[in-house]
Design a protein around this ligand. Structure first.
Ligand SMILES: Nc1ncnc2c1ncn2[C@@H]1O[C@H](COP(=O)(O)OP(=O)(O)OP(=O)(O)O)[C@@H](O)[C@H]1O
Ligand SMILES: [Mg+2]
Length: 327
């Protein structure tokens, strides 16, 4: 793990070429809720950056501040090197955004929504408008449903339409708040592929999610939020490597396996069907001795090994909490 942040308190990030950079960014809502607390975020150019956190951890609030939709209580944010919200006019044309709950005009078709949206952009050439809209619809898999009124769209279709709007122009940065929200597994795969394509074209993609494995599958970097605070940030591979993996045993005798492992001092044992998992033992415990002890006690093993740590393991290790809704 990089030293850019720890549970004890993230150090400020100085990342040359950071596309998004915040210092002490803080939002306290009028009701008193401290939604974002002293956030120091650094998003490197060219990354697919996952902004990860359970429900209520402050992701959307952060994104609204980044995009100049709400003012921070304190702290600063720079996007593409410019201060926000001060430089919104310069910055926002280079940024495509999909923010929580896209609300298209229900009485217009998906295509007409995009045509209308595009015509509100003074830099968009009207002569190429239909082609641009057609391409964006294609890219998000909405071509077949383009003529349908948006009020008849499912949540997943609205989400795709919002994404299409963000893709009408080539962008240096895409900010996507839970882009796969409401999509089925196939739709989620399509969005992941699209995000990878966009990144390959050189667009920096900043996306929020409360789904850990989604972030692991598509992101090069991630920041983890909990209760409005940054827990850690860095390359995904390094974040996961910071946590110990889990011991995983598959056996027709899960009860016996759990008992024997417990007797050997293994902790964090969980049984789920024929699978027994536990905290990986410390380095001085030989795995072969554990499997030998199981076999010796008559436990039949289908598989035995240590699984690579996931981001979820890292999150639990850093916060001491499960990945649940913040208060
Ligand atoms: N307009 C608002 N007024 C008061 N409190 C708010 C407002 N919007 C959000 N909050 C509170 O701020 C905290 C962070 O909310 P936020 O929407 O930023 O979380 P999130 O990480 O985007 O969650 P989710 O994964 O559910 O989208 C929550 O406790 C929420 O209740
Ligand atoms: Mg949100």
């Amino acid at each position: 793990m990089t030293e850019s942040g720890t549970a004890a308190g993230p150090a400020p990030v100085t990342e040359p070429g950071a596309v998004i950079e915040t210092r002490g960014l803080t939002k306290r809502y009028r009701g008193g809720q401290l939604a974002v607390d002293g956030l120091d975020l650094g998003v490197p150019a060219g990354s697919v950056f996952g902004f990860l956190g359970p429900n209520g951890s402050g992701k959307t609030t952060t994104i609204r501040m980044l995009m100049g939709l709400i003012d921070p209580t304190s702290g600063t944010a720079r996007i593409l090197g410019h201060p926000m919200p001060g430089a919104a006019r310069t910055v926002l044309p280079q940024v495509g955004a999909l923010i929580e709950g896209p609300a298209p005009y229900g009485f217009l078709s998906g295509r007409d929504n995009l045509l209308r949206y595009d015509s509100a952009d003074p830099t968009a050439d009207p002569r190429t408008r239909r082609a641009r809209v057609g391409q964006a619809l294609d890219r998000v898999g909405l071509a077949a449903a383009a003529g349908k009124k948006a009020r008849a769209y499912s949540l997943g279709m609205k989400q795709r339409l919002g994404l299409a709007a963000a893709l009408l122009q080539p962008r240096r940065l895409l900010v996507l708040d839970e882009p796969t929200n409401g999509l089925d597994p196939q739709g989620m795969r399509e969005i992941r592929t699209l995000v990878r394509e966009l990144a390959a074209d050189g667009t920096t993609v900043f996306l929020s999610s409360h789904l850990l494995d989604e972030i692991e599958q598509v992101c090069t970097h991630a920041a983890v939020m909990a209760r409005g605070r940054l827990i850690t940030q860095g390359p995904v591979a390094e974040l996961a490597a910071g946590a110990r993996g889990r011991l995983a045993v598959t056996t027709p005798d899960p009860g016996d396996a759990a008992r024997i492992l417990g007797g050997l001092g293994v902790t964090g044992i969980e049984v789920d069907g024929d699978r027994v998992s536990a905290e990986a033992p410390p380095g001085d415990v030989e795995l072969a001795d554990l499997s030998a002890a199981l076999v010796h006690a008559g436990v039949r093993l289908r598989s035995f090994g240590v699984q690579r740590a996931s981001l979820e393991d890292a999150f639990v290790a850093l916060t001491g909490e499960g990945f649940d809704v913040a208060g």
